[in-house]
Design a protein around this ligand. Structure first.
Ligand SMILES: [Zn+2]
Length: 178
């Protein structure tokens, strides 16, 4: 943390030609983002960033490992899930923008990197990776009571009685994705 305010960052001086791996641990609360804290992350989050440097080109592969509790889509009982995310960033420091038409998948990004930058802040990228790793739909696997609801509850149907805070935060989260 002595390099700056970023929660997760890599000192550019530590990135050498070839492959380097950097490990971080944090908690969802560290990001100060309600979207993350409401996503059901429970324990420590493990983050691994692997850099591959070739001249002016730099590839950054971020993988995240976390566990959480997400309400079952049918009965709202909390279900333990493991959440694994990955994200790739291609950077170059020669100041030449890459072809915009280059094929880009949802989990890859191209970025120009300031040659004089002391560190690369990965906080935002890790946050996005974590949000993407949260399963959109979770259902109980071994809960016989849960199956009773199957078929009787349709999506979009109004819930009887009080609304569950779990359901509310899930709905909010889903909205935030779009
Ligand atoms: Zn269930």
């Amino acid at each position: 943390m002595q390099t700056g305010n970023a929660l997760i960052e890599i000192r550019t001086a530590a990135i050498t030609e070839g492959s380097c791996a950097f490990n971080f641990t944090c908690r969802a609360e560290d990001f100060n983002d309600p979207k993350l804290t409401e996503s059901g992350f429970t324990d420590e989050i493990r983050i691994r960033a692997v850099t591959k440097k070739t001249g002016n080109e730099l590839m950054l592969a971020i993988t995240t490992e976390a566990t959480g509790e997400i309400p079952c889509d049918i009965c709202l009982a909390p279900v333990k899930v493991s959440m694994n995310g990955s994200w790739r960033i291609y950077c170059n420091t020669d100041g030449i923008a890459r072809d915009e038409d280059a094929e880009e998948t949802a989990r890859e990004e191209y970025r120009l990197l300031d040659r004089t930058a002391v560190s690369i802040d990965l906080t935002g990228d890790v946050r996005e990776t974590l949000l993407l790793s949260v399963p959109m739909k979770v259902t109980c696997t071994a809960n016989p009571d849960c199956k009773l609801y199957t078929g009787s509850e349709q999506e979009g149907q109004e819930e009887k009685g009080s609304t569950s805070p779990w359901r509310e935060s899930l709905a909010k989260l889903k909205k935030n994705y779009r």
